[in-house]
Write a protein that binds this ligand. Structure first.
Ligand SMILES: C[S@@+](CC[C@H](N)C(=O)[O-])C[C@H]1O[C@@H](n2cnc3c(N)ncnc32)[C@H](O)[C@@H]1O
Length: 208
């Protein structure tokens, strides 16, 4: 199968190699909205979580702080994962790290929670989103929780210099397919480190 990457390894290694995570446009000091949606979905600390396209996000640390003990972070970039490990310090060993192109990856196990902030919106082609839906079907059992955050319909047209597909909540839910019990739809304004405002849409769902 041809690789279906989103910018490619070289792009993301260059981005993460060049930039301090705290100056990237998508950086948020605390993953407040993600945690809120997880709470609204009733996700418990015993549920296995995967954060796809994790970058150096603070969600792994926030989950460990809350008592989660089965946390996996996946990213296409080794530099991103290295920075994420540094951010966590000694607690890095409590997280499973996977360096992989999500769309060319075969989940080795199932997870109860799938978290994606600012990755799905890079999938501008139907075949990429089809592959993503296959991954969700393989990786998540019945009852699993899904948290998706993408640029909203009036969000920026690019992220990290790459074109993105912007979504309103209804279109995003339709794109995920019919097999979701959608419980949370939320718009959020992300304030970038440079002071710009980026509208996001958050969707929280359970797999029936
Ligand atoms: C916009 S950043 C968001 C990072 C993080 N989720 C956050 O909210 O801070 C997108 C991340 O997805 C990763 N990424 C892009 N394409 C990917 C792919 N095909 N497979 C895995 N990770 C990918 C990038 O390396 C980058 O860390």
């Amino acid at each position: 199968m041809a690789k279906v990457v989103t910018g490619g390894v070289a792009h993301w290694e260059s981005v993460h190699g060049r930039w301090d995570p705290a100056v990237a446009s998508w950086y948020e000091p605390d993953p407040v909205m993600s945690l809120q949606v997880l709470d609204e979905l009733g996700v418990g600390t015993g549920e296995a979580v995967i954060d796809v396209g994790a970058g150096a996000s603070g969600i792994a640390a926030a989950l460990l702080d809350r008592g989660f003990y089965d946390v996996t972070a996946l990213d296409i970039s080794m530099a991103a994962l290295q920075k994420a490990r540094e951010r966590l310090g000694p607690r890095a060993d409590e997280v499973r790290w996977i360096e992989a192109d999500l769309l060319a990856w075969t989940p080795p196990r199932q997870f109860q929670v799938w978290h994606d902030r600012a990755v799905f919106h890079f999938l501008t082609e139907q075949r990429q989103r089809r592959r993503y839906r296959e991954l969700l079907a393989d990786a998540l059992p019945s009852g699993a929780a899904l948290v998706m955050a993408t640029f909203a319909a009036d969000g920026p047209a690019q992220c990290s210099g790459l074109p993105v597909q912007r979504w309103d909540a209804a279109a995003l839910i339709a794109e995920l397919g019919p097999r979701w019990d959608v419980r949370v739809c939320r718009r959020a304004e992300h304030h970038t480190p440079a002071g710009a405002i980026q509208p996001f849409v958050y969707v929280g769902a359970r797999r029936p």
